[in-house]
Design a protein. Structure first.
Lengths: 284, 430
């Protein structure tokens, strides 16, 4: 029959190759991506008085709590940089990572009602989470720069230009990719088995303790130091601090390791997500 | 014959019944182990047709089994069938919500699916913002939506509220806005589920009209699932009748609807109701044994078209011979309203002579039932005016919409309890 020679635009089959991520489709739906980001932004400040100010308030309060409890009372803060800058940089980076992770990890479960009714590239949803959190991070980062300038002017820190400073946007993006990878992996696994969702909040909290957020890297000893080093987040956090205020712990090897882990994990996560997204509606 | 725009090749879809539990994990591991060794999936070969009324031996069921069809560009194809026939599963696969277990579907051009109106509406966003969001979810580009924005707002008829968050909308306004977006989709293929079941009658008509426009003028291909036979009849030139996950009939709509109306749920099953142990509201004996409905040709059916002849029959048996009994039939609609009733005394057919067992029947040569579901109550009363047997809502039948006035327009149950033949005229005042 002549029909077999026709060019088909879409072919739906039970099995697709593992790496067929369909980025072309994602690009076609880029308007949706931006509308979703806009939706997240608009929806989170509807009926609030302070509006976007909430972007600042939460990290400032967390930072202040850390400064007072860990820096002033427990005296666990760093010795070589202003305590405020140490905690603020840690908190905004960690918030970005953990917010992205927890939100993308529930991609399938929380969007099941939309996914069940209409097709669009499923990757759009986690990507929109990453982008809207990136906007939030950008605002918080601007605040960080203000505080940074204050300490510069005060003379408590010195400005030193280094390669990491130039690379800092890439560092942040790589970190986003790491959280996306974890998120995709977890969301794919939770479509059938919900066990992981119970572990997630707890796991993220535990991970924070082996990342130099509360304790500076120099204070980690023995097994904890080992855990700190194998944690891919450590490389990003320390590289970011190295870029702005300096870090004793940072090495390029550490960052390279983090990037390596991120890339491998991303491919693995993309593969799993790609396999699951075609049929998760039956099990979710 | 137009060119083929969609082709389905032996599509099957299997679902696992029951809950996802620890057993799922063991099945998954077992399946994985079979695949690793290059063997067949151990759970896939269990194939039973999807008959919900009988409990199958397996936890796995084929919601769709070996579906093959082609759709030509410009056709409007209705997909009909009883609940559980696999219509929605087919739509889900066609609209890429889930993948088929086996088989392949090839599509040309863009597909827009409308399995629900207002997918992705966010309650906090305004109507205008939701038009953009919903449009983008359905696959429209921002530019496209922008250029059609005025048309969409106009079609929805909620212009006044367009900058108010949709959470403040009435449910009707919400549906109107949502459908307005969907109605302006530009795609080669449009897949529509029973989204028209929501909204008031006036808006439904508008939507049906818009769909007709979509297919008529722009030559778009539409796949339309509905239980509303009248809508299918007026919109679709071809139809697919599905049963137990398979295609029973795919042809011109009129022929398919005929098959649908004549097809029993199963040979003989449910068409003849066994009443020997049914609940009785009154009576001395369980005299009424079986009951059924026949069409004008004497075929046993559960559905008839509006205005077509209808006979209700029941079989009875008494322990002894009885004479001068009264046989009564009561017919209620799905609102519980008694539409009419008749017994042999009122109908003037007079008393029956002594009888021990037999068949009673009520015939309406030209009934005025409007479309809908009806329930029949059956009764036998003795000559001493005491109940011999009385079963309320013993059996039911469905009246399907039909063009009883021959005008191309339909009268629906929202316009009255019954329909009457008649004419409407205007004449000049003298």
């Amino acid at each position: 029959m002549e029909n077999h020679n026709q060019e088909w635009d879409i072919v739906l089959k039970p099995n697709v190759s593992l790496f067929e991520l369909n980025l072309k489709d994602v690009w076609k739906y880029r308007d949706l991506l931006f509308l979703l980001v806009k939706r997240d932004y608009v929806a989170s400040f509807k009926q609030t008085i302070l509006g976007p100010l909430w972007f600042f308030i939460q990290p400032i309060l967390t930072t202040l709590v850390f400064v007072v409890i860990f820096g002033k009372v427990a005296k666990l803060g760093p010795d070589n940089m202003p305590v405020m800058l140490f905690y603020l940089s840690g908190v905004i980076l960690w918030n970005y990572f953990s917010n992205c992770l927890t939100a993308t990890a529930s991609t399938f479960v929380s969007n099941a009602s939309i996914f069940g009714k209409v097709y669009f590239p499923r990757l759009i949803m986690p990507l929109s989470v990453i982008i809207s959190n990136l906007l939030k991070f950008a605002v918080q980062f601007a605040f960080f720069l203000l505080v940074y300038l204050y300490y510069l002017v005060k003379g408590e820190i010195n400005f030193s230009f280094n390669a990491a400073l130039v690379l800092s946007p890439v560092i942040v993006l790589m970190m986003a990719m790491l959280s996306l990878s974890f998120g995709l992996l977890i969301s794919s696994l939770t479509t059938k088995y919900r066990d992981l969702t119970h572990l997630l909040t707890f796991g993220v909290q535990l991970l924070m303790y082996i990342t130099p957020i509360i304790l500076p890297a120099s204070r980690f000893q023995g097994t904890f130091k080992y855990l700190l080093e194998i944690n891919p987040m450590t490389g990003y956090i320390e590289a970011f601090r190295y870029a702005f205020v300096g870090s004793d712990f940072f090495t390029w090897g550490l960052l390279a390791y983090s990037v390596g882990v991120t890339v491998v994990l991303f491919f693995f996560a993309a593969m799993t997500f790609n396999k699951v997204e075609k049929s998760f509606m039956d099990t979710v | 014959m137009g060119r083929v725009i969609l082709q389905a090749e032996s599509i099957s879809k299997m679902y696992r019944l029951g809950l996802v539990s620890t057993k799922t994990l063991s099945h998954d591991v077992n399946r994985w182990w079979h695949t690793v060794r290059g063997k067949e999936d151990p759970y896939l070969k269990i194939g039973e047709t999807n008959d919900r009324t009988t409990k199958g031996s397996s936890d796995y069921v084929w919601a769709l089994k070996d579906i093959n069809f082609q759709i030509q560009a410009g056709d409007t194809v209705g997909i009909i069938g009883r609940n559980g026939a696999g219509k929605s599963t087919l739509l889900k696969i066609l609209s890429r919500v889930t993948k088929p277990t086996t088989g392949e579907i090839k599509i040309k051009g863009r597909v827009a699916s409308l399995l629900e109106v207002g997918t992705g509406f966010h309650p906090e966003l305004t109507g205008r913002e939701n038009i953009f969001l919903n449009g983008a979810i359905l696959g429209m580009r921002k530019k496209e939506i922008q250029s059609k924005l005025d048309q969409i707002i106009d079609f929805s008829g909620v212009e006044r509220y367009i900058d108010t968050p949709v959470k403040r909308y009435s449910s009707g306004m919400y549906v109107r806005l949502a459908f307005a977006v969907a109605a302006h989709l530009e795609s080669e293929i449009l897949i529509v589920d029973e989204v028209l079941a929501v909204g008031d009658a006036e808006f439904q008509k508008k939507c049906l009209g818009k769909m007709g426009e979509v297919t008529g003028k722009e030559g778009r291909t539409v796949l339309f699932v509905s239980h509303n036979m009248a809508a299918v009849q007026s919109l679709c030139n071809k139809s697919i009748l599905m049963q137990y996950g398979q295609i029973l009939h795919y042809d011109q709509t009129a022929a398919v609807i005929k098959t649908y109306l004549n097809s029993g749920i199963k040979e003989g099953e449910n068409l003849i109701a066994d009443l020997s142990s049914a609940h009785r509201s009154a009576g001395k004996y369980k005299a009424i044994k079986k009951a059924w409905v026949e069409n004008g040709k004497g075929e046993i059916v559960s559905r008839i078209m509006m205005g077509n002849a209808l006979t209700i029959k029941f079989e009875f048996e008494f322990p002894d011979t009885l004479s001068n009994i009264l046989v009564g039939f009561g017919i209620e609609n799905d609102m519980g309203t008694r539409v009419t009733s008749l017994n042999n005394e009122i109908s003037g057919d007079g008393a029956f002579t002594a009888i021990k067992s037999g068949v009673a029947s009520l015939n309406f040569p030209t009934p005025n039932f409007i479309e809908g579901t009806y329930f029949i109550s059956l009764s036998i009363v003795s000559n001493q005016n005491e109940w011999i047997d009385y079963i309320e809502q013993a059996i039911q039948f469905t009246v399907e919409e039909a063009d009883v006035y021959g005008s191309g327009k339909l009268i629906s149950s929202s316009q009255g309890t019954v329909f009457m033949k008649g004419s409407v005229k205007i004449s000049e005042a003298k």
